[in-house]
Design a protein around this ligand. Structure first.
Ligand code: EPZ
Length: 421
């Protein structure tokens, strides 16, 4: 397993171009199953999770080609879903990536049935899928579960009114994808409002769907007979953007972010300003200047537009070296504080009590051998390594590869002393 070796105390300077949003591309790839026509998705990040989703589509019978644009270096995926004829998603792939669950809605819409292994949880909590299953049942799917497999089938899908107990991102997206193929109208109440949901609505509408309201509490989907192919540019990854904003703040550097939608990172900008960073929004770019003194702030993660849970570990790293005590409350996932233990190995003073973490800022973090156990905690440990005295080795880099395209190159370009071994 490869690891990052980081020598800290370098101020990051320069500009970085943010990649396309992983959490927008994954449901979009699942949505291509709903048509027989060719789809092209531009601005796709080269990530392990994207490769896995492409592999799943190929095993279902689709063909998926990748093209890299010589000038911009960004990649596009050309999906030809005409050949899709299988409805089983193999266990090895559903285990590796929870997002395979998105295929339930689109395979039900295309083939009227789907079989897949229960997607694995991960170390941020049990990650149940009850809201997905209840939503699909409301649309007419018969769902049975045995020996760790879920089987869903339906003669036809009929629009329904669905109220989500929790604004689940995945459940909202899964239900949207099934509802576009249902007869009549579907209402999703208490829907998730993340920008990735709006991007999915735009992609599905480009395919001929009739969806309104994504980004608000209620999404209305009028079922259509069939969907055609579409071409679409993915929105920038707001979590990658937030991670680089924190990297500028924690190293007291100055970083210009290109390919960012400022509104999508509004809650992170507000918090970084509270911490004392300067954030300047200039014609579609964001410049972040880290302050000499980092002030403590309280963070409470909430569904969008609240402070994103996917930025909580990165903020914990930042607040570990603030001048004072911060309280971080994680309301979205049950146990998303694994990184606290690793940060403590670097000298951080963090006390976790259930869903709250008390972070007493320390003057200095010290390089240590630490291990990332998931995507965002890995990013947090890299950030801590950038500011720590001495050398930090971060194990489990394959987790980071799932969600950060060319992280090492991007950090090197900003002056960080990091390399992968
Ligand atoms: C999406 O996961 C993202 N993943 C996650 O990003 C992100 O952390 C999460 O949304 C919250 O913003 C993708 O988009 C691929 P949820 P998802 O359903 O859809 C509970 C990353 O780092 N819940 O909104 O799985 C669940 O247990 C990843 O890129 C149910 O109880 O998140 C959790 O506590 C990590 N029943 C809460 O809702 C359900 O049926 C939020 O989950 C579904 C969810």
């Amino acid at each position: 397993m490869s690891r990052y070796v980081i020598r800290g105390r370098e101020r990051l300077q320069g500009s970085v171009t943010v990649s396309g949003a992983k959490n927008a591309v994954l449901p979009m790839l699942a949505a291509t199953v709903l048509t027989r026509e060719r789809c092209v998705i531009h601005g796709v990040p080269r990530l392990r999770d994207v490769q896995v989703m492409c592999e799943i589509l190929r095993r279902l019978g689709a063909s998926v080609e990748k093209e890299v644009d010589k000038t911009s270096g960004t990649s596009s995926l050309i999906v030809d879903p005409a050949g899709i004829c299988r409805s089983e998603v193999h266990e090895d792939l559903t285990r590796e990536m929870r997002s395979s669950i998105f295929l339930m809605g689109s395979l039900l819409g295309r083939l009227g049935e789907v079989t897949m292994a229960y997607p694995g949880g991960c170390d941020i909590g049990p990650r149940p899928i009850d809201l997905h299953l209840r939503g699909l049942e409301a649309l007419g799917a018969n769902i049975s579960e045995r020996h760790g497999y879920i089987h869903a089938e339906c003669r036809d899908l009929v629009g329904a009114e669905i109220h989500l107990d929790f604004p689940s991102v995945g459940a909202t997206e899964n239900i949207m994808m099934a509802a576009v193929a249902a007869r009549g109208a579907t209402l999703i109440r208490n829907a998730a409002k993340e920008p990735e949901i709006v991007d999915l609505q735009n992609f599905l509408n480009a395919m001929g769907a009739n969806i309104k309201g994504a980004g608000m509490d209620v999404i209305r989907i009028e079922g259509v007979k069939e969907l055609k192919g579409a071409e679409h540019w993915v929105i920038p990854d707001r979590i990658e953007a937030g991670t680089f904003m924190v990297a500028a703040a924690i190293t007291r550097g100055r970083v210009l972010l290109r390919n960012v939608i400022p509104e999508h990172v509004e809650s992170v900008t507000a918090k970084l300003r509270e911490v004392g960073a300067t954030v300047v929004d200039s014609d579609g770019c964001l410049e972040v200047i880290g302050p000499e003194i980092l002030k403590p702030v309280d963070i409470k993660t909430l569904p969008y537009p609240g402070f994103p849970t996917d930025m909580q570990p990165q903020m914990m790293a930042l607040l570990s070296v603030a001048e004072g005590t911060s309280i971080i409350t994680e309301t979205v996932f049950e146990s998303r504080f694994k990184h606290a233990e690793e940060l403590r190995r670097m000298g951080a003073n963090i006390k976790v009590e259930g869903r709250a973490a008390v972070v007493k800022g320390v003057k200095t973090l010290y390089g240590a051998a630490v291990e990332s156990t998931n995507l965002r905690s890995g990013a947090a440990l890299v950030l801590a390594g950038l500011v720590a005295e001495g050398i930090t080795t971060v194990d489990g880099v394959h987790h980071i590869d799932r969600g950060y395209e060319d992280l090492e190159q991007k950090l090197l370009k900003l002056g960080a002393r990091v390399h992968r071994v």
